[in-house]
Design a protein around this ligand. Structure first.
Ligand SMILES: Nc1ncnc2c1ncn2[C@@H]1O[C@H](COP(=O)(O)OP(=O)(O)OP(=O)(O)O)[C@@H](O)[C@H]1O
Ligand SMILES: [Mg+2]
Length: 223
């Protein structure tokens, strides 16, 4: 899947100048960068949740896109109800799929609980399970594990990996954790103050960053 070049300004102030990128099917691309570097803006625009300055869709030959926002919202109903709201196909199939996902993220015991009463980490797992009720060609995850403990983070990484292998989708995974990028990603986009400072295979970027900014970032985050 190809992301075309685009720019984004908020109220006349430019925040992102993106030169485009390719997201191969079945691969995970991590987006890293400091707070305010434009990661969520990139995610929102690629997901089609917000328009770029150019106004046209930035994805070429897009299939269905799944998008987990940085701050996902629960609908005011049960956890299971939230999942079933995003259910394609028959009700029995959907219930089976929902049960499987809640099991894998260890929220099955919360199925009948009101989603807006969940804790932060529980809400994050509910939102991911709700999203993965469907199949996508591209899955965009904006810091899905930021509110999660180590165990939930590990369950999430395993589930996304399984989903990717089963569906062959491309994954755009925004993360603050370099360790997580190392565990999950094939390629990396490094954003620096609204520009793509560096891009390439994970292993190359970590072992031989070409920009001083990425070198500094890696030192700071302990990669
Ligand atoms: N709706 C908005 N209106 C005005 N400015 C915005 C808006 N959304 C984001 N910005 C600004 O654009 C820049 C990029 O924001 P963005 O949310 O994309 O950063 P980020 O890399 O996701 O940061 P974080 O790591 O904190 O999530 C920031 O300077 C932010 O203040
Ligand atoms: Mg963000």
């Amino acid at each position: 899947m190809i992301i075309r070049p685009f720019t984004k300004s908020y109220g006349g102030a430019p925040v992102l100048d993106f030169p485009g990128a390719s997201l191969p099917e079945g691969e995970v691309c991590a987006v890293i960068g400091a707070n305010g570097s434009g990661k969520s803006t990139l995610a929102r625009i690629v997901a089609g949740a917000m328009a770029s300055d150019q106004g046209r869709p930035v994805l070429e030959q897009a299939g269905p896109v799944g998008y987990l926002p940085q701050r996902p919202y629960p609908f005011q109903m049960t956890v299971e109800g939230n999942l079933l709201l995003n259910a394609p196909g028959g009700r029995a199939d959907a219930r089976r799929r929902a049960a499987e996902l809640m099991e894998q993220l260890e929220i099955a015991h919360l199925a009948r609980k009101k989603a807006h009463h969940l804790s932060g980490g529980e809400t994050a797992r509910m939102a991911l399970a709700r999203l993965l009720m469907r199949r996508y060609a591209l899955l965009i995850l904006d810091e899905p594990t930021a509110a999660m403990d180590i165990r939930s983070t590990s369950l999430t990484e395993a589930l996304v990996d399984r989903y990717r292998r089963e569906t062959g989708c491309a994954v755009l995974w925004i993360t603050h954790s370099l360790k997580q990028a190392q565990r999950t990603a094939d390629t990396v986009l490094f954003l620096l103050r609204g520009r793509l400072a560096e891009a390439g295979p994970m292993t190359r970027l970590l072992s031989a960053p070409t920009t001083p900014e990425l070198r500094q970032f890696l030192d700071f985050y302990g990669a």
